[in-house]
Design a protein around this ligand. Structure first.
Ligand SMILES: Cc1cc2nc3c(=O)[nH]c(=O)nc-3n(C[C@H](O)[C@H](O)[C@H](O)COP(=O)(O)O)c2cc1C
Length: 347
C-alpha cells in the first residue's frame, strides 16, 4: 500500500513517529510521502491524495486531537473507492524507575475515526504512542536519559505496529482504553471550549527575549505577534509548546503565579461581584426553566471570564515593561528555574 502520512507535531514526537512508520512503508516495498500539515491546515480545500493508505499522526492535547488537526480532518477530502486510513496519536509517556507510564487519549482517536469513516475511509489501524511528555507548562521536562529510553522503546513498538499493518493485519490497539477514554470525554470538551484559551494566555516573554523571531516564524497557527516590542500570544495559540521549547534564550515562560492569582480573582471575586451587581442569576432563574437558566448563567459567566482574561493579559503585558513587575511575574513562574527543564529531545 503506497502511503501518505499527514502529521502535525508541536515538538517533534508525532513527526518522529510518522518517520518511523514511513521507514517501514519503504522497507515493505511501498512508496511513502510525509506531509507536514502546518501550512495545509488553514486551507479550506485539500488536494485529494492518490495513495491507497492515508495516515494521520498528531499529539494529544486535552484528551483530544488539537484544533489544527481536527480542522484538517474536517476539511480532508472524501475517500476514493477502497482507500484505507490509520490513525496515530502521540501521548504523554513518562517513566518512573523502570516503569513506563502511558498517557491518556480521551476522544482523540474516536473522534478522528468517526470523521474518517463518515468520509468513506476504511480504518485499518489505530494506535496511541506514548512518547515523552512535552507539556512543560505542567511539569519540568524529563532528563535526557529518560527521554532517550522512552524514545528507544517507542521506536521499537511503533515499527512493530507498522510491520504488522503492512503485513495485512488490522490493529485497533487504541480501542482497548475505550471505557476510560469515554469517561474523560467531558474533560476533552471542556478543554476544547475553555481550557485551551486559558492556556494560550499563560505564555509570556521575559526581557531575555532577543527578538530573534523564532517563536513567531515557527508557530504553526500564527498565534504570536509583537505588542510593545514583546511576543504576545493570541487566543489562536494551541499550546503546542514549540515556541517555549525552541526559544534559544529560555525567555518564554508559563506565568504560574500570575495565572493562579488571576484564576482566584476572576472566578471568585470578578464573576461573583458582577452577579451581585447585575443580579442576573436571580433574573434568569425566575424567568427561564431550570436547565435553560443554568446554561444561560454558564454562558454569561464564560463570556465575562474570557473578556476579563483578555483585558488582564493585555494589562499584564503592558506592565511587563516595568522592571519590578516583570521580576514579580517571572520569578513566580516555575518555568524560570533551572530545574524546570525544557523538552528538547536529542535524536
Ligand atoms: C497542551 C497540551 C495538552 C496535552 N494533553 C495531553 C493529553 O490529554 N493526554 C496525553 O496523553 N498527553 C497530552 N499531552 C502530551 C503530548 O500529547 C505528548 O507529549 C506528545 O507526544 C507531543 O507530541 P509532539 O511533540 O508531536 O507535539 C499534552 C501536551 C500539551 C502541550
Amino acid at each position: 500500500m503506497n502511503t501518505s502520512i499527514y502529521y502535525f507535531s508541536g515538538t517533534g514526537n508525532a513527526k518522529r513517529v510518522s518517520e518511523w512508520i514511513s521507514n517501514i512503508t519503504e522497507e515493505s516495498g511501498f512508496s511513502s510521502k510525509l506531509i507536514n500539515i502546518d501550512e495545509l491546515a488553514s486551507r479550506r480545500s485539500i488536494e485529494k491524495p492518490d495513495s491507497e493508505l492515508i495516515g494521520f499522526a498528531s499529539p494529544t492535547h486535552g484528551f483530544n486531537f488539537p484544533p489544527i488537526m481536527l480542522n484538517f480532518l474536517w476539511h480532508f477530502p472524501k475517500a476514493r473507492k477502497g482507500q484505507k486510513a490509520f490513525i496515530v496519536n502521540t501521548r504523554a509517556g513518562m517513566k518512573m524507575g523502570k516503569l513506563f507510564l502511558p498517557g491518556l487519549s480521551g476522544i482523540a482517536q474516536l473522534f478522528a475515526a468517526l470523521v474518517l469513516i463518515l468520509k468513506g475511509y476504511a480504518i485499518i489501524a489505530m494506535k496511541p504512542v506514548d512518547m515523552p511528555s512535552n507539556w512543560i507548562s505542567f511539569h519540568p521536562g524529563m532528563r535526557q536519559k529518560v527521554v532517550a529510553s522512552i524514545i528507544e522503546k517507542r521506536e521499537e513498538t511503533t515499527k512493530r505496529f507498522a510491520r504488522k499493518m503492512y503485513s495485512g493485519k488490522k490493529n485497533y490497539r487504541a480501542l482497548f482504553d475505550i471505557v476510560q477514554d469515554l469517561v474523560i470525554a467531558p474533560i476533552s470538551l471542556l478543554y476544547y471550549a475553555i481550557g485551551r484559551f486559558v492556556l494560550a494566555k499563560t505564555f509570556i516573554a521575559s526581557s531575555d527575549c532577543i527578538q530573534c523571531n523564532l517563536c513567531i516564524k515557527n508557530c504553526p497557527v500564527n498565534a504570536i505577534h509583537y505588542v510593545n516590542n514583546r511576543p504576545f500570544w493570541s487566543y489562536k495559540c494551541e499550546s503546542c509548546m514549540r515556541c517555549m521549547n525552541a526559544c534559544p534564550t529560555r525567555a518564554i515562560e508559563t506565568a504560574h503565579g500570575f495565572v493562579i492569582t488571576l484564576g482566584i480573582l476572576l472566578d471568585i471575586v470578578g464573576i461573583a461581584y458582577l452577579n451581585t451587581l447585575l443580579n442576573y442569576e436571580n433574573l434568569l432563574t425566575s424567568y427561564l426553566p431550570k436547565i435553560a437558566a443554568v446554561l444561560s448563567i454558564l454562558a454569561i459567566n464564560s463570556v465575562i471570564f474570557f473578556v476579563f482574561l483578555l483585558i488582564i493579559y493585555r494589562l499584564m503585558h503592558f506592565l511587563l515593561r516595568f522592571k519590578c513587575f516583570e521580576k514579580l511575574i517571572i520569578y513566580s513562574s516555575f518555568t524560570k528555574y533551572k530545574f524546570w527543564r525544557r523538552y528538547k529531545p536529542k535524536f
